[in-house]
Design a protein around this ligand. Structure first.
Ligand SMILES: Cc1ncc(COP(=O)(O)O)c(C=O)c1O
Length: 432
């Protein structure tokens, strides 16, 4: 059981002044049974410590950014050294320019880049730019993907696979759904049929090259190549949302790793090293439409601020110099393969999608290629598993549709401890 008196008391205070007690709904535990979430006091390396002094191994990684773990000494030293110069200037800044140069050097097809403060703004702005460039309105995106909380991105698939979508949130104006088509991921035929019908109105196809938000779902072989071909045949742009995937699987974008380069990228998370950061960019000719060069307006008081840039640069420096990817991949492989064995030994139907250092345990037997597959993952079993792991000091994202992220800070010992907790959890877990 958790010793959580202080946590409960803090969370009770939170619920009085913050809706649901959380600054982002994904942090709540509503999807895993509705217990109050744990209130944390600090993070260090691969660990969290809560306000009651309990330590957890962290596989949330703040939903992605913490690829080096918490408070990496280099990120701390660099940001501490820089904060005395001020945190936001409202002028061009050396570190912002250096980070832009680094990203442009690292990411194929990123000729120019514009900073934002969040991934939401990065995606929203990339879409606006695609619309400005093509003079068209329609966005094709994929069901189960999450691209931030701008109005247009809170649209899910309608009743027919290739019809316009329906709102996924109250407060999204009904007209917005007319401009967004949401399709099942990994289905070439539906994509081809849709583009054949409405391709001449499509401004962009927007996709995560490896989906992170219905659990980790890799593309089927050839799917992204065909997506790019179809986008270009229709005269529209391909946008890759690499807010999670850039620098996660290797040093650079997932696009270069997979060999399919989009026209535009949306970036975020890791490139801010744990501070607020987003960015979008891509083809030089397209980026000329961005204000003040062109007529596509997009701005931000805190965008490109030097402190976020310093944290991002420090993170990318460590990743480049230490190249932890193979090691992270090995740890993730050991963890995922053993979880699968343990679960099956205790008679649980489980499948795992793993790409490099990120994976999702689905509480169902079949392979997961799209959102319909992912939704078969048993919510009640996952909720019980989540609780059992939490009580043993393992912090997993509180949703069956999220990833376990291995960071460069995790060690073989952390993996062993996690597997021990998995053994106990699966032993206690009763199938529904
Ligand atoms: C793929 C993807 N795109 C965009 C976003 C939105 O980023 P932010 O939360 O920084 O606004 C997220 C956030 O989880 C994401 O996973």
């Amino acid at each position: 059981m958790l010793e959580n008196e202080a946590s409960l008391s803090w969370f009770e205070r939170a619920t009085r002044v913050i809706p649901g007690g959380v600054s982002s709904p994904a942090r709540s535990f509503r999807a895993v049974g509705g217990d109050p979430p744990v209130v944390m006091a600090r993070g260090f390396g691969p660990y969290f410590e809560d306000v009651d002094g309990q330590v957890y191994i962290d596989y949330l990684a703040a939903f992605g950014p913490l690829i080096l773990g918490h408070a990496h000494p280099e990120v701390v030293a660099q940001t501490r050294g820089y904060i005395e110069r001020g945190t936001v200037w409202g002028t061009p800044a050396v570190k912002e320019i250096e980070l832009a140069e680094t990203l442009v050097g690292d990411i194929r097809g990123l000729d120019q880049v514009r900073f934002t403060s969040t991934g939401t703004e990065a995606v929203m702005s990339a879409i606006r730019l695609a619309r400005a460039f093509t003079g068209r309105s329609l966005v094709v995106k994929f069901e189960g993907a999450y691209h931030g909380h701008s109005d247009g991105m809170l649209v899910k698939a309608g009743s027919g696979a290739s019809t316009v979508g329906t709102q996924d949130s109250l407060g999204v104006p009904p007209g917005v759904v007319n401009d967004v088509v949401s399709l099942p991921y990994n289905d070439v035929t539906i994509l081809e049929d849709t583009l054949a019908k409405i391709g001449d109105q499509v401004a962009c196809i927007l996709a995560e090259p490896i989906v992170g938000n219905m659990g980790i779902v890799p593309p089927r072989p050839g799917y992204l190549e065909r997506m790019k071909e179809l986008a270009h045949d229709a005269g529209s742009l391909l946008i890759f949302d690499e807010v999670i995937t850039a620098y996660r699987f290797h040093y650079g974008s997932a696009a270069s790793w997979l060999g399919v380069i989009p026209d535009l990228y949306a970036l975020g998370k890791a490139i801010g090293g744990g501070l607020p950061q987003g960015a979008y960019g891509g083809r030089h000719d397209v980026m000329q439409y961005v204000s003040p060069l062109g007529g596509m307006f997009q701005a931000g008081t805190l965008a490109g601020n030097p402190l976020s840039a310093v944290a991002g640069l420090a993170t990318l420096d460590v990743l480049r110099q230490e190249n932890p990817y193979e090691r992270m991949d090995r740890l993730a492989t050991v963890l995922a393969e053993n979880i699968l064995d343990i679960a099956r030994n205790f008679g649980h139907a489980v499948s795992i999608n793993r790409v490099g250092s990120a994976f999702t345990v689905f509480f169902q037997e079949g392979a997961v290629y799209d959102y319909d597959d992912a939704k078969k993952s048993d919510a009640t079993l996952f909720a019980k598993f989540h609780r059992l792991m939490l009580e043993q000091g393992i912090y997993l994202a509180p949703s069956r549709f999220e990833a376990w992220f291995i960071s460069a800070a995790h060690s073989a010992r952390d993996i062993d401890r996690t597997l021990e907790a998995c053994r106990k959890s699966f032993r206690q877990l009763k199938p529904n």
